[in-house]
Write a protein that binds this ligand. Sequence first.
Ligand SMILES: [Zn+2]
Length: 280
Amino acid sequence: MVTPIGAHLSIGKGLKSTADAAVEKGLEALQIFLRNPRGRGARKLSADETDYFIRVIEENKIGPVVVHIPYICNPAAAKPDVYEFAQQVITEDLERCSLINADYLVLHPGSYTTSSPEEGIDKLGGLINQVLENYEGRTKVLLETMAGQGTEIGRNFEELKLIMDRIEQKDKVGICYDTCHTYAAGYDCSNETGIKDILHKMKTSFGLDKIYLVHANDSMKELGGARDRHAHIGHGFIGIEGFRALLTDSFFSQFAFILETPSEGVDADVTVLKELRMKQ
Ligand SMILES: [Zn+2]
């Protein structure tokens, strides 16, 4: 199987033009927000635009289709109103995923802020269990690996294992591996030896079968820097050789690689990743 290369695109001009842009850019997988990433509220999606989106995506064999939850959501929040807002958005977006046939809904595990990591993990697990209780669609929820900024949870594989342990419907929840975040958290994917070590650590923590997707971003910050700053491929510490090693690794190359690099320059990143996956 050839590793699908995709990117996060804006839906600012509507779902129809997003689908057209994905085709025009030669994307083989796609990630979008289904609402304004930094604001509240979501526009209703018309059948006309969802039908068009689904048709164009299918005709061009683009997949997986991924929806990302807005960054302002904190599903591990100590404050009740912040927590309830996150639950409402995740519930709504999961339903909206069904309207566009999305494969995955990706979310950041959140920050424990004034409580403790244990409490944050417990709150997040509880929220996901509740959201999934009444959900009958096929979209899977994926938790993203985090850089460990501030009080973020999901900063290491042990914490992700604790979160996964808390999940009741285990077949509906997985993990999205973000290369920039994990690098900043101290997992070195810039060379083959480092990648072997990462695979071993995943196997002995949450388990390799939990991974469904890769977020392919280079890192502006150094290994273990605990800062989340995405760089264009080859312009950060992971580098071209790191992405070559990831794309030729028999485990990582099974999953779609979705770019979340700044939109100017993302076309070049798509080209680079497509070239790297061919070379051994
Ligand atoms: Zn990401």
